[in-house]
Design a protein around this ligand. Structure first.
Ligand code: ATP
Ligand code: MG
Length: 389
């Protein structure tokens, strides 16, 4: 174990961070994305500090393959942009850089400062940056060339003892950003780590702050959850912490009055997780279809004229998923997929492209047809039976 030092006001060295070497952190360098290593390398070569940071380091330490690699650096956005051919500065408030390599986007952020609080928009040092991160397990820096983990907050120890502990003081943590409550519970569900007692207590006390979060941010969080491949475990935990009602109030109220509905809902999430985990390419609307299918089955009168039934179901589902506001075409495709499972084909609205505008226009004579060879409701039952429990 080594240490990183900085100096105090009188110029004396002060221990600031623990540095773990590869025999201590045991990160398998083959699990580290080669392009992320290249990006960090180029930044360092140009004289800047740079690390892989956040969830990727956490996942590498627990031996899980990270889903993305975020990079942090002392270089400013314009300095970063100059170093990469395929890079774009994004964000109006806090600018960061997207580096494009093939189909993958690497997010490269400049260290943030604490000057104007934990949510401010000024650039700072690594020592300030670490204090703006939400939990210790997300605040480790990995240098892939030296193969060391730099730890300012005892996050490595917390990962080893399976503890989720806040960095930002709890007095401002959730007031500044209530979404951090969802993040805490999400990490507990996906890692199996326990939340520290003060953290649990604060979440119970301040859950209501999630009401103040914009629908678009809530939609974004919910989308991350349902696309994670762990939606069953995450939603289960969010329900236990009484947080899911801020994402899906209608579903929660149906679940609390109908245990059978809750069971079906959770089974659908489990089936969705399996689908995502096996890496199958999903079509537009497919993820959402798992998410609304049990509701849709309670409201649709399958004997109704099909297109009328489809239109009514679409309207009802749009209201059901509020405050989530999924792209219109995704929801339409989801409802269409579910009708297809019942043997009813609803023709897609015609789309036309003009310049860069892509817009879906409803066809006046949207047709409803029986899907050839479909077995109607029977097929659906078979699907249910096959769902893992
Ligand atoms: P995931 O595996 O879901 O991507 P992650 O930890 O990488 O998890 P990101 O949303 O990708 O999460 O964020 C990257 C890092 O940025 C986090 O690990 C954390 O250090 C920091 N971070 C993100 N959102 C917040 C927030 N709301 N408050 C404080 N720090 C945050
Ligand atoms: Mg991430």
């Amino acid at each position: 174990m080594r240490f990183r030092y900085s100096t105090d006001e009188r110029g004396r060295p002060v221990k600031k961070a623990i540095v773990y070497t590869s025999d201590e952190h045991h990160i398998n360098s083959f699990d580290v994305d080669i392009e992320a290593v290249r990006i960090v390398g180029r930044l360092k070569q140009a004289g800047h500090e740079s690390f892989i940071v956040g969830g990727a380091v956490r996942d590498l330490i627990v031996g899980k393959k990270p889903k993305d690699f975020d990079i942090v650096t002392s270089a400013s956005p314009s300095q970063i942009k100059r170093l990469f051919r395929n890079a774009r500065i994004i964000g109006r408030r806090f600018r960061l850089v997207h580096v494009y390599v093939g189909d993958t986007i690497y997010e490269v952020a400049t260290f943030r400062s604490l000057r104007d609080g934990h949510n401010g928009n000024t650039y700072g040092t690594i020592e300030e940056d670490v204090l703006r991160r939400d939990f210790t397990l997300n605040a480790l820096f990995y240098d892939p060339k030296e193969q060391v983990v730099v730890d300012y907050v005892e996050g490595f120890k917390d990962i080893k003892t399976r503890l989720i502990r806040p960095i930002i003081p709890l007095s401002v943590m959730f007031k500044d950003d209530p979404v951090r409550m969802l993040r805490a519970v999400k990490y507990a569900a996906t890692t199996g780590f326990r939340l520290s007692l003060p953290l649990r207590w604060k979440i119970k006390q301040q859950a209501h702050l999630l009401d103040t979060v914009s629908p678009s941010r809530r939609t974004e969080e919910l989308f991350k959850i349902i696309n994670s491949g762990n939606s069953f475990a995450i939603v289960d935990q969010l329900l236990k912490f009484s947080l899911y009602q801020y994402l899906q109030p209608n579903a929660v109220s149906m679940m609390s009055s109908d245990a059978k509905f809750k069971n079906l809902y959770m089974q659908s999430l489990l089936a969705l997780d399996q689908l995502i985990k096996c890496g199958k390419e999903l079509q537009s609307g497919e993820v959402i279809s798992y998410f609304i299918r049990d509701y849709l089955n309670t409201i649709v009168d399958w004997k109704q004229e099909p297109f009328e039934a489809y239109r009514a179901a679409l309207t009802a589902c749009r209201a059901y998923v509020l405050p989530m506001n999924p792209p219109r075409i995704e929801l339409e495709n989801a409802v269409r997929l579910l009708f297809r499972e019942h043997g009813i084909g609803i023709k897609k609205a015609r789309t036309f492209e003009k310049g860069r505008n892509k817009e879906a226009i409803p066809e006046p004579a949207n047709e409803a047809t029986q899907v050839p060879g479909s077995q109607g409701p029977k097929k659906r039952r078979r699907r249910r039976k096959n769902k893992p429990t």
